[in-house]
Design a protein around this ligand. Structure first.
Ligand SMILES: [Zn+2]
Length: 76
């Protein structure tokens, strides 16, 4: 189990997110952004919009996705 912060994944806070794989941690971030926005946190709105765009334009998002996978793989 590795962890990355919301900030490392493009978000605004230092909440730790956990996952066994990069895909899991990206999903955890997606969930965290959605929950934050739904609970009325406006700081997370831009990152949430970015994340939604990534799902709509997966090809364009590949750079971000690959960077995140590399950062995840480099973790101890
Ligand atoms: Zn956050």
């Amino acid at each position: 189990m590795k962890s990355m912060t919301c900030r490392e994944l493009g978000g605004p806070c230092d909440t730790d997110l956990h996952g066994e794989t990069a895909d899991e941690i990206i999903k955890a971030q997606d969930r965290h952004l959605r929950e934050s926005v739904h609970s009325g946190d406006t700081d997370h709105v831009p990152a949430h919009e970015e994340m939604k765009k990534r799902w709509k334009h997966p090809i364009k998002a590949m750079g971000w996705y690959n960077d995140t996978k590399k950062a995840f793989a480099a973790l101890p």
